[in-house]
Design a binder for this molecule. Structure first.
Ligand SMILES: [Zn+2]
Length: 436
């Protein structure tokens, strides 16, 4: 793509439509500071390959719009020390809600994704969209009221849900654990109420974004994140951006077929899915069999102490207390996930694989089995610098991820084009004054 050159026009006093190349450069310069941490004009020139004139002009425009600040004095390279550029994270704030199968988390964050206030409470997603989203609305009010020093205006809202989402429409599609949610206009409801743009995405994608910007995957451009919870799903990062696919179902790897055994029936209705063998629900099911058969006295003891029920966490616990059959279950799950990942490695050549979700707390045994299989089954060029790590963000990973999604969308090229013309991120003219 060619770059605008000789572009030294004065910064317009009022927001005006930008040419394509000017807009591309504006977004690229902003994101270079925001995501990659460039601190000076020469740094941005090196990092983006844009010309000095273009960078100078776009930096001025971003300073005028209140999106960049000139802060502390940077290191001098002989002459006068330049002021360091910073992303103006306090220009506004965003609201994030992360819905789990059994929980609601809400948070308010600044524009860097830093969490300023966070509330969490148990909930049952099967209570339906009206009840759950009504509660989210109340919790948004509570977190805003209870957090001191929230900067600027509300710029956007994000909602993460534990089911498949058509990202384009913001609707949940055939959600297995969210009956009745399919038709509910989540985005329109919150957009109408708060008068800001709203984005909805699935839990795995938002966790991927959280790890990418603030967790284990910081600084990587090609990443595969795998969440092993009750089910299994993946988030795919290509060239620093989350890849959602044509309809938002990219990374739905839990339903790849790994066996033709007709007795392995998945909750999706198909035979032999990965998550029907290696997900948390599968581990709990297999552990129950081990306990009943008498192959694992430790699991049997645990089961009777827990009212006849076992969960994936019990398998991890038993394995860490020397129970060989439990250790075997976890290794087997790790090998199956590793086989799926070695295919992903051949397709995508990531520099990093991140393992998250409840079952990833099973400890080193799971990670070791995944590593062994991925390195053993992939070609040397693909694994030469490949790392496999555990996710770094703990209980806040959902809300950090949702806030990150909103911020990434606010500063995406498409959205940016609109709000450069509107004069404000929300399209509300009164915000133009505070951003100018
Ligand atoms: Zn399935």
């Amino acid at each position: 793509m060619s770059r605008a050159s000789g572009d030294v026009t004065a910064v317009p006093a009022k927001p005006q439509p930008l040419a394509h190349e000017q807009l591309d450069a504006l977004v690229e310069v902003l994101n270079d500071v925001r995501e990659r941490g460039s601190r000076s004009r020469p740094g941005i020139i090196r990092s983006t390959g844009l010309t000095r004139a273009v960078v100078t002009s776009r930096v001025s425009e971003l300073l005028n719009r209140g999106l960049l600040l000139e802060g502390r004095l940077g290191p001098s390279t002989g002459g006068r020390a330049p002021r360091q550029l910073e992303f103006h994270a306090d220009a506004g704030h965003v609201l994030a809600a992360d819905l789990g199968a059994t929980s609601i988390d809400v948070a308010v964050a600044d524009l860097s994704g830093r969490i300023l206030g966070h509330l969490a409470e148990p909930a049952d997603i099967a209570d339906g969209s009206g009840t759950i989203l009504g509660r989210v609305d109340e919790l948004f009010g509570e977190v805003l009221a209870g957090t001191a020093g929230i900067p600027g205006d509300l710029w956007g809202i994000g909602i993460g849900v534990p089911g498949p989402v058509d990202f384009g429409s913001g609707c949940v599609v055939a959600p297995p654990i969210m009956p009745g949610w399919g038709e509910f206009p989540i985005r329109e409801t919150f957009a109408e109420r708060y008068k800001v743009p709203v984005w909805v995405d699935n839990d795995v994608n938002v966790m991927t974004l959280g790890e990418l910007r603030a967790g284990a995957a910081r600084g990587h451009r090609s990443v595969v994140f795998v969440k092993i919870g009750t089910g299994i799903g993946a988030g795919i990062v290509i060239d620093g951006r989350l890849h959602r696919g044509a309809h938002g179902s990219a990374g739905d790897v839990g339903h790849t077929q790994v066996t033709h055994d007709p007795t392995v029936v998945c909750r999706c209705g198909k035979i032999g899915c990965l998550e029907a063998l290696a997900g948390g629900a599968a581990l709990a099911r297999d552990a129950t069999v081990l306990a009943r058969e008498g192959s694992s006295p430790l699991l049997a003891e645990r089961m009777s102490a827990h009212g006849g029920r076992l969960e994936a966490a019990d398998v991890s616990w038993a394995a860490s207390h020397g129970d060989a059959p439990s250790a075997q279950l976890i290794s087997q799950a790790g090998h199956l996930v590793g086989e799926m990942l070695s295919t992903a490695v051949h397709f995508l050549n990531p520099s990093l694989i991140v393992i998250g979700g409840g079952v990833s707390n099973a400890g080193d045994r799971l990670l070791a089995a995944i590593r062994e299989t991925v390195y053993g089954q992939s070609l040397p060029l693909a694994t030469r610098e490949l790392q496999v790590r555990r996710a770094a963000l703990g209980s806040q990973s959902g809300v950090v991820g949702v806030a990150t999604m909103v911020i990434d969308e606010l500063f995406s090229r498409e959205r940016f084009a609109r709000w450069v013309e509107d004069g404000s991120p929300s399209g509300r003219p009164e915000l133009a004054a505070s951003a100018a």
